[in-house]
Design a binder for this molecule. Sequence first.
Ligand SMILES: [Fe+2]
Ligand SMILES: [Fe+2]
Length: 190
Amino acid sequence: MLLFREQVPAEWLPGVLGNLPAMLVDHAHLERKAATSAINLENYRDLYSRVEELNAIAAEELRHFQLVLDLLKQRGIPFGRPQTSPWISGLMRSVRSGQRHQAIDHLICAALIEGRSCEKFQILAKELLSIDARLARFYDSLVESEGNHYATYLLMARGIDNAEADRRLDFYLGLDAELIRRPNPLPMLH
Ligand SMILES: [Fe+2]
Ligand SMILES: [Fe+2]
């Protein structure tokens, strides 16, 4: 179902496993940003009719945010400052302006972020089993939801303009493949 052209680099997994507390703080921010992103999408004229679906996604992301905050508390990890993801900023920098173009690009970027999260949560669910089974189960429990967000955002973009959404998806898949190969030394999800 995921359309990515490049695999998650091999060095990503040992990087995050080597500093799970930092990854969990980054994950908390990722869910917080996913909630705000869903609410920001409600600003586009082409998405006014989808406001309730977007609200539902925002509410789900806020629940995920709370679940990660609960994990942090259980593990005595303080919530801290967000780090900037070069991969996410690289994608978002290419969002064009103009109502319709911007809405399509923003939706596709949001879809790719959800899709990569879904993929990485699957990897974590598998690899954490022998290290931290509770955390493995937690990541497994999020996979379906993030996969649904990926599909919903892509369908929303296609609902605005199918041909344009496919053109931009092609562009963004190329950009994702280029950006994901750039090393990020920080223990971040993206
Ligand atoms: Fe989420
Ligand atoms: Fe999500």
